[in-house]
Design a protein around this ligand. Sequence first.
Ligand code: SAH
Ligand code: F3S
Length: 482
Amino acid sequence: MEKIIDENKQGENLILEHKDGNTRKLFIESYGCQMNFSDSEIVASILTKEGFNTTKNLEEADLVLVNTCSIRDKAEQTVRKRLEKYNAVKKNKNPKMKIGVLGCMAERLKSKFLEEEKMVDLVVGPDAYKDLPNLVSEVDEGRNAINVILSKDETYGDVAPVRLNSNGVTAFVSITRGCDNMCTFCVVPFTRGRERSREPQSIIEEIKDLVNKGFKEVTLLGQNVDSYLWYGGGLKKDFDKATDIQKATAVNFANLLDMCAKAQPKMRFRFSTSNPQDMTLDVIETMAKHRNICNYVHLPVQSGSNRILKEMNRLHTREDYFELIDNIRSIIPDVAISQDMIAGFPTETEEDHQDTLSLMQYVKYDFGFMFAYSERPGTLAGRKMEDDVPADVKQRRLNEIQALQRKHSHYRTQQNLGKTQEILIEKSSKKSDAHWMGRNSQNTVAVFPKEHYKVGDFVNVKITDCTSATLIGQAVGYSDNN
Ligand code: SAH
Ligand code: F3S
């Protein structure tokens, strides 16, 4: 297996996997969460063994796969537009092209894709990627193929992912799949199934492989990482039925973080996503104990109103959340915290919205990912609650939330002025080829003149200026982490 570096339009390095002797061409595109991007690397790995090499050129592809997202209606509309594009290319330029849908939309719409849309040949849900060799053979023989069975134990722990679109420095490693939380607005439990954790040893092995390939930072991925629990395999909800030995030797998220940080002391670790109701202080204490675990927690809250939190089935109150934030800050004073927020959940009043703004005032998040509520068919809110906040009101509330977040982000970046921070260089800055772009431990982007430094170096950078999202500085030397 050889690595080919080529330059895409943005000038980023792309590492495509190329196996000599493979003759078929796979074009694979991903939308949605980090987990989807990580899953596409698993899919590419499985198909490399079936004679495919990846291509960036749609027109020459034998197989086009799109890894899809169902989280909001807009995400699904984006995918539909892409499918139309693929079909146009197929019709006009490449009639032998086969088209497949992977991921959450495949799981949500199942055979509807084949029956109604007539736009695809192949439909594969998030737990069925190991069946791809069989499914692709079916398609080769001229039949449509579908597998959307959700699994109790599939974690792809035994598949070594191919790193697609990689900068060669940062990588995702998935540790759990599915989600048991059943937030009433969320389609994920329906599209990705019940929660299960991946064997710790296979996680450690994957990270070791990344170290050998020169990677410097790993983000451990799960819908709800704090609820990671390995007790020999099986669903999280079946843990009660485990044997005494299994229970005594179980590995929770804090244990896993500790194992990863110790196994690879030079590797920098992040994780995403934390859920306030499942995050325990031993996770924060483990972060504080290890220099190589970043001081950053993505801690979505969705709303600042206790009434709305309850309607959303988020199993904590605003007061619980403040207590958690206070505890995190007392254990890790320079921690960065980010949010996900939903504006205009059904029944949300002006008062509820004000509660969201006041919660934000309390926390002053470093970053945020903010959305207007989008009703998802099949979810509890979709079935039982009327989407009754008018679109213009949702949008106005979202604008207010975003404006406040921008103000807080700027406040946070300003706190770094005059300080020297360790930055891991990821790539050239998008705005200037003479500058590197990297991140500090808190996940804030920093840019600085390249000088003699190179991608993958840990560099101490003195921060001299900032915008609301970016630190600007000057390197003062290598950090001792190289
Ligand atoms: N735990 C997951 C959450 C996945 S969804 C994770 O790993 O990130 C990501 C975010 O999308 C959620 O936190 C929520 O803010 C938003 N979201 C989910 N369903 C939504 C919906 N129906 N409408 C609007 N935003 C939604
Ligand atoms: Fe969705 Fe809530 Fe799980 S947002 S992914 S159901 S934690």
